[in-house]
Design a binder for this molecule. Structure first.
Ligand code: PLP
Ligand code: COI
Length: 343
């Protein structure tokens, strides 16, 4: 199979349509069989639930080419599971988890020519989404839905890749305490757009959101979870008392990488913003972000500098180990790498 003629090494994190998407519709209480489609648009009633009461959830994962030429993706079962959790929280019918993984395989196989080659630094970003297509006018869940998966080749999410970025502490919250911050629903991202545009305009890669109840603890950024390294070399992972952090699959994998591959101690706890100057490294992690080192955190009355020159040694090792597992260069001890037969 011949690859598309793209400048793989210089892709940005932008959408470009590929050959196929996957689509399945929910009607009369059941999901249909689902199929690939070359139509990348959705036709909706003006009264569709998504347009009024924002019933939408999504996921993000990536397909890679390994060193040996296989096409793989990373822990798709975890995305299937989180999407089902997200759906239930806003009263949408979960797409069956085994069918989710099967649909990911189908759509990646159909777009194999778009999977970036090994070593290019690019990946095929896979974006499953689900929207309420049924009509609603009173405030209630719709009774018809569409599940889709689009794929698009991408480069680094935070410009600079492994070069440290700056973040600012937001004056706004991205989620409510005990609200929907722990699910992957578009409504959380709508909340984060105003502060995100503000942060970018001021030269920051993203926001650091503090806990929405007390504005005391570190939560996450607009598109990734935070990680810190303390003076003793331990990985410190912020937890939320208000359940408003998205349970990042990358972060949970890095906890296992740190413990099992690197022999590090991992401390998962609430992290006060006023203690982050005690740490020696900071990073943001997520599917899109992978691990992006944070060189500086700015708040109205405080500036914390970890160093803008280069990625710290622990973040570097975590990143190399995770990406090494994903690309097949490091042993996959936990069976995370999911091969897709593309023949
Ligand atoms: N936090 C937010 C708000 C995100 O959008 C993402 C991306 O999915 C993450 C964290 C990282 O999650 P994951 O590692 O599962 O991609
Ligand atoms: C991902 O990492 O997959 C996400 O969905 C984050 C998004 C902000 C691009």
């Amino acid at each position: 199979m011949e690859k598309k003629d793209l400048d793989w090494a210089n892709l940005s994190f932008e959408y470009q349509p590929t050959d196929y998407s996957y689509v399945s519709n929910y009607r009369d209480g059941a999901w249909d069989d689902g199929a690939l489609t070359a139509d990348h648009s959705i036709r909706l009633s003006e009264c569709a639930g998504i347009l009024h009461y924002c019933q939408e959830v999504f996921e993000g994962l990536k397909a890679y080419t390994t060193e040996s030429g296989d096409v793989v993706c990373f822990r798709p079962d975890q995305n299937a599971h989180r999407m089902a959790d997200s759906a239930r929280r806003i009263v949408m019918p979960p797409f069956p988890e085994d069918r989710f993984v099967d649909a990911v395989e189908k759509v990646v196989r159909a777009n194999a020519a778009w999977v970036p080659p090994f070593g290019s630094g690019a990946t095929l970003y896979i974006r499953p989404l689900m929207v309420a297509t049924g009509d609603v006018i009173g405030v209630k869940p719709a009774d018809e839905y569409q599940f889709r998966i689009l794929v698009t080749p991408v480069g680094a999410y935070y410009k600079g890749g492994v070069k440290p970025v700056k973040v600012q502490v937001s004056q706004y919250d991205r989620a409510a305490p005990h609200g929907t911050g722990n699910i992957k629903a578009g409504l959380n991202y709508a909340m984060s757009l105003y502060p995100s545009v503000e942060a970018h305009a001021a030269g920051y890669a993203d926001n650091m959101f503090l806990d929405p109840e007390t504005r005391t603890y570190v939560e996450e950024s607009g598109g990734a979870n935070f990680l810190f390294v303390d003076k003793d070399g331990n990985l410190v992972v912020p937890q939320s008392a208000t359940d408003s952090i998205l349970p990042s699959i990358t972060r949970r994998s890095l906890v296992d990488v740190a413990e099992s591959y690197l022999g590090m101690k991992v401390i998962q706890r609430q992290v006060r913003f006023d203690e982050i100057d005690q740490f020696v490294e900071c990073g943001m992690c997520g599917t899109a972000a992978v691990i992006s080192p944070v060189g500086e955190v700015d708040a109205a009355d405080k500036q914390v500098v970890y160093g803008m020159d280069h990625v710290g040694p622990v973040m570097q090792r975590l990143r190399e180990t995770l990406t090494g597992i994903q690309s097949g260069e490091i042993e996959d001890r936990f069976g995370w790498v999911h091969k897709i037969d593309v023949e």
